[in-house]
Design a protein around this ligand. Structure first.
Ligand code: PEP
Ligand code: CO
Length: 479
């Protein structure tokens, strides 16, 4: 029985010329625009259709942001995660901002991601695949099309790629020029990410230098510093036995891949290009794209679009997901069962994650789907504090990761990664952590334009606690 809801005739396996993917999924009747024949959710009502079409045509004429070979490399790395031999760290803003766009901002975000990756790699002893929610993470799904502000009913803010959060009717009108601006900001951001990660900033002999002052002064920063000292010692040892640590690219360069939620399908389609090497279609707006919790219907436009592009893709998995549904999604999105192609990002809530996740892990394992399982411990743990601020408590975020790890241990599967919202800045958006940020501190530096993010210290604490939780779980299963 075909449960995917996609006509069997449109699903076929094939083989390619390239040896990087010996089996690939060649959808028939799929085209970059076939999503238009499916029901779609969460799209803005663009008031000027001609201006919208022109913006998309303009983007379609621009260079791709990433190229297919890079997406294939990421997929090969994710295949190692799916096999239990690597760990995925996917992190960055909830929504990137047109206003908070600067070299400092990008560098600080990168710095905390690199620090967290060092902690995870060093503590767990496995490579960490680093993927940013960056260089394209602009569009936001909303629970309601409108919001009430005073006596006004305004269209919801959908991210800077669509409209402006200012609470006036004019600011909330979707503006297609913003699509073009988002493309250009993504290009500049990606350029800087590439420069930082390949140009010396990410070199492993700089681990001490990544420890920003406001992080270094904390307990977690001290712990990080001790780890950095040990890494320095290991580098000196390697040098002493004749390994050239100045030129070894593994020690001087890192890969930080880009990702975002593929929400605005017109934008994604305009950056979808056919790869001349493999003949396959790639969405060249980012290396990896994911489907959000609100747009993952099997016959919906988002599943239709992403099933046909050959990038590694993700899909959020919330608490209402059933075993049959998750298998149907795996069949629709990765019918050829390519390892690393599909990452399932569970976002359940700390209290229920263990119970809800276990049957899904079992179903996917029994069906033989080689997925990466990642834990988004943010979106199931959001609540509104007394002062009206949307927030999350670091304890709940860590508790969800611990529940996720326990569920995997019980089912004999690999807790493959974490997916978190953070910033490198010293914000006060999430509660708890070594600084014990309280309700009354939230107003101090609450800067996000969407969901509350961990600050750099909280991010580092999360990395230490995640590594401990996984290491303990591996120790108990080996004993
Ligand atoms: C997000 O990742 O910012 C998001 C909106 O998540 P979800 O689709 O899981 O609600
Ligand atoms: Co979010």
């Amino acid at each position: 029985m075909k449960r995917s809801g996609i006509p069997a005739a449109s699903l076929r396996r094939g083989s390619t010329q390239s040896d990087t993917d010996s089996i690939f999924y060649m959808p028939q009747q799929w085209s970059p625009s076939s999503w238009k024949d499916h029901p779609i959710k969460q799209q803005p009502a663009w008031p000027d259709e001609a201006a919208y079409d022109n913006a998309l045509k303009h983007i379609a004429s621009m260079p791709p942001l990433v190229f297919a070979g890079e997406a294939r490399s990421l997929q090969a790395n994710l295949a190692k995660v799916a096999a239990g031999n690597a760990f995925l760290l996917q992190a960055g803003d909830c929504a990137e901002s047109f206003e908070e766009f600067s070299a400092d901002n990008i560098r600080e975000k990168l710095r905390v991601i690199l620090q967290m990756a060092v902690v995870l790699t060093y503590s767990m002893g496995v490579p960490v695949v680093k993927v940013g929610r960056i260089a394209g993470q602009f569009a936001k799904p909303r629970s309601s099309d409108t919001e009430i502000v005073g006596d006004l009913e305004l269209p919801s803010f959908r991210g800077h790629i669509v409209n402006d959060p200012t609470t006036t009717g004019a600011a909330r009108i979707p503006d297609p020029d913003r699509l073009v601006q988002a493309y250009h900001q993504s290009a500049s951001t990606l350029n800087l990410v590439r420069a930082f990660t390949k140009g010396g900033f990410a070199a492993l002999d700089r681990v001490h230098a990544w420890n920003q002052e406001f992080v270094a002064s904390s307990e977690e920063g001290q712990r990080y510093d001790n780890m950095a000292t040990e890494i320095d010692r290991a580098l000196r040892f390697m040098s002493a036995i004749g390994i050239d640590t100045d030129t070894n690219s593994n020690l001087r360069e890192v890969d930080v891949w880009t990702s975002h939620e593929a929400l605005l399908l017109g934008y994604e389609e305009s950056l979808t290009r056919r790869d001349s090497t493999s003949g396959n279609w790639y969405d060249c707006s980012a290396h990896m794209l994911w489907i959000g919790e609100r747009t993952r219907e099997l016959d919906g436009a988002h599943v239709e679009f992403l099933r046909g592009v050959s990038n590694p893709i993700g899909c959020k998995v919330g608490p209402t997901m059933t075993g049959d549904e998750v298998i149907a999604l795996c069949e629709a999105l990765n019918p050829a069962m390519i390892p690393g192609r599909l990452t399932l990002i569970s976002r359940m809530g700390a209290d229920i994650v263990e119970d809800r996740l276990r049957p899904l892990l079992r179903a996917v394992k029994d069906a033989g789907h080689p997925v990466v399982w990642a834990c988004d411990p943010m979106h199931g743990n959001t609540f509104t504090a007394e002062n009206g601020r949307k927030t999350r408590h670091l304890d709940a975020v860590i508790a969800e990761i611990e529940g996720f790890v326990r569920a995997h241990r019980a089912e004999g599967t690999w807790p493959g990664g974490i997916h978190v919202e953070l910033t490198g800045d010293d914000v006060t958006e999430c509660l708890g952590g070594v600084d014990a940020i309280a309700d009354s501190d939230l107003d101090d530096r609450y800067e996000t334009i969407c969901d509350p993010r961990l600050n750099a210290r909280q991010g580092l604490e999360l990395a230490f606690r995640t590594a401990e939780s996984i290491r303990d779980s591996l120790d108990t299963s080996n004993s």
